[in-house]
Design a protein around this ligand. Structure first.
Ligand code: IMP
Ligand code: MG
Length: 178
């Protein structure tokens, strides 16, 4: 799998060091509140698991599942929710966790849907954020790493459902994405 990468951006130890920092920041910000984490499947699985075990606070965990990619390396703009019922978030401090902020379509749709359920606050936390103009305006409150606008895989991120189990984050070779 690693030979399909053009180059590695972040090795596992660097990713874990960054999680230590992010977890400390989140733990400090939420020290007086019980947070409900809403993780976006499947991309945030590794991030969720490694980050949440570093946060020593009482919290609730729910997941939402959306489809928007239709197997290609670009976003379609259409975000489909796979489950009928969303978690009960009325009056709660929620924290949305996702793998990557790209065009913004996915997180804008999730934020809009959850906002309608009247949580008290609704910050976003992403493992990666691409430096680019976005189709939808979305600001992440917590960002693991900012990256250039390239197609990357690993650490939960896929290309056609593959590479999620790569322990590093890297740029997929262009001829494989084409
Ligand atoms: P957005 O709706 O364009 O912001 O895209 C968000 C979703 O697209 C993420 O949750 C990922 O599943 C996927 N995605 C965006 N960029 C990449 C990438 O570089 N590699 C793998 N998946 C990506
Ligand atoms: Mg994906």
């Amino acid at each position: 799998m690693q030979c399909d990468l053009e180059r590695v951006l972040f090795e596992e130890p660097a990713i874990h060091r960054r999680f230590d920092e992010l977890a400390a920041q989140i733990s400090n910000d939420y020290r007086n509140h019980e947070v409900t984490v809403i993780a976006v499947l499947n991309g945030s699985l590794m991030f969720m698991s490694d980050l949440l075990r570093r946060i020593p606070l009482p919290l609730k965990l729910n997941c939402v599942s959306v489809v928007n990619y239709h197997g290609k390396a670009q976003t379609s703009g259409e975000v489909i929710f796979k489950q009928v019922a969303l978690p009960d978030v009325i009056g709660r401090d929620i924290l949305i966790l996702d793998d990557i902020l790209d065009s913004g379509h996915t997180l804008a749709a999730i934020r809009d849907k959850l906002e309608a359920a009247k949580p008290r606050s609704i910050p976003l936390c992403v493992l990666l954020s691409k430096k680019k103009p976005r189709a939808r305006h979305v600001d992440a409150d917590y960002v693991g790493f900012e990256i250039e606008d390239e197609f990357i895989v690993g650490y939960g991120l896929d290309f056609m459902e593959r590479y999620r189990n790569l322990p590093c984050i890297g740029v997929l070779r262009k001829e494989l994405v084409a």
